[in-house]
Design a protein around this ligand. Structure first.
Ligand code: OSB
Ligand code: MG
Length: 375
């Protein structure tokens, strides 16, 4: 498989409803799409870097520049046996996992199309139906959050995750549990707490949560291990796990009992599979996280979620929760049982909509063998 060129596109897409985490509110997304042109086949992927460096240091501009100036040039002109070979070629560039993931995943998509196989099979998935939960942001009022939860439960979602931060936590969780004593419920702090807040964090044990996701610093493992010993509630790590070695360290230190796998945060499908396998060997269940993706990233999350250790419902939910019109056909739909059935079609089973993508594109650039050329 020869990589001939890489196209970058930035789209602007308004979110149907704002999404607020402990680090701020998003009303729209700048979406970075990557196309790998390989032997007449086009592989597509989405870079999950956000509009601002809050979730991690990466954001749209660093991803674009790093792909254009460093990552794409290491791949263009090379002939690969498998998509997973891209990871070694890009390893000289330190960090920038979301940028790397977009390239690697675009090549996986191309490989699946070239081999006329479903992507999930190429990834050695086994599950034919994946279990879905939702992540619900911080709202303007407690009542608004309760209403949202009611809507999502009625739609069939199997697990509700709410975002928390100091001041939007114990009181609202009390109200949720009072109304729904038995639902599968978890929370995500996105690093909003410090070790000095142990008394507050211990109160989370009253809510029978499936997990508390990333309570402490985004780059920490040791303090999470100390905290896990003080809590009954299972800690799940998201931001802290950037590669399989981090998962190994976290498991060995007892920093978490569950791990969230995000293919963008981990630098691509091959490292995501490695984290999955490490967790499986140690009896740690994983689930697939989300980054407010369009259908392109969402379709990749679905393929990954077919691996057997994805034992908990993921943040993989329907297109219509985020977008007035998604950029794939069919849109991602969730059954009334809160599941997505995985297609046997070649690639992801979701086709891109070129006209809509063209309409939403605000800039694009194709990188070829000799330097970059604007399109
Ligand atoms: O921490 O899981 C997170 C969205 C943006 C950044 C970080 C996170 C999230 C979510 C949304 O929780 C999950 C989704 O895509 O539905
Ligand atoms: Mg998270």
């Amino acid at each position: 498989m020869k990589i001939e060129a890489i196209t970058l596109r930035e789209l602007r897409m308004p979110l149907k409803y704002f999404f607020e985490t402990s680090f701020g509110r998003a009303e729209s997304r700048r979406v970075l799409l990557v196309t790998a042109h390989c032997d007449g086949v086009e592989g597509w992927a989405e870079c999950v870097a956000s509009d601002a460096p809050f979730f991690s240091y990466e954001w749209i501009e660093t991803a674009w520049a790093t792909i254009r100036d460093f990552l794409a040039p290491t791949l263009i002109g090379t002939t690969l046996k498998n998509a997973s070979d891209t990871a070694a070629l890009m390893s000289r560039i330190r960090g920038h996992n979301m940028a790397k993931a977009a390239l690697e995943n675009a090549v996986w998509d191309a490989e699946a199309k070239q081999k006329q196989q479903p992507l999930w099979k190429l990834l050695r998935g086994t599950l034919r139906e994946i279990n879905c939960g939702v992540s619900i942001g911080i709202q303007n009022s407690h009542e608004q959050l309760l209403e949202k939860i009611e809507t999502e439960l009625a739609a069939g979602y199997q697990r509700i995750k709410v975002k928390v931060k100091p001041g939007w936590d114990l009181e609202v969780l009390t109200k949720i549990r009072k109304r729904w004593p038995d639902i599968l419920l978890s929370c995500d702090a996105n690093s909003a707490y410090k070790t000095g807040e142990l008394d507050r964090l211990r109160k989370f044990d009253d809510f029978k949560l499936l997990m508390i996701e990333q309570p402490l610093w985004d780059d920490d493992i040791l303090q999470h291990a100390k905290l896990q010993r003080q809590l009954k509630t299972s800690i799940c790590l998201d931001e802290s796990i950037r590669q399989a070695r981090d998962a190994e360290a976290a498991i060995e230190l007892g920093a978490c009992r569950i791990i969230n796998i995000k293919v963008g945060r981990l630098g691509g499908f091959s490292e995501a599979v490695a984290v999955h396998n490490t967790c499986q060997q140690h009896g740690i269940p994983v689930w697939c996280g989300g980054m407010l993706e369009t259908g392109i990233g969402r379709a990749h999350n679905i393929a990954l979620s077919t691996l057997p250790n994805f034992r908990l419902p993921g943040d993989v939910s329907a297109s219509k929760r985020y977008w007035a019109e998604d950029i794939v056909d069919p849109e991602i739909e969730v059954s009334p049982r809160g599941t997505i059935s995985v297609s046997d079609a070649v690639g992801t089973g979701y086709q891109i909509k070129p006209d809509l993508i063209q309409k939403l594109t605000v800039r694009s650039e194709t990188i070829r063998r000799r330097g970059a050329a604007a399109v």
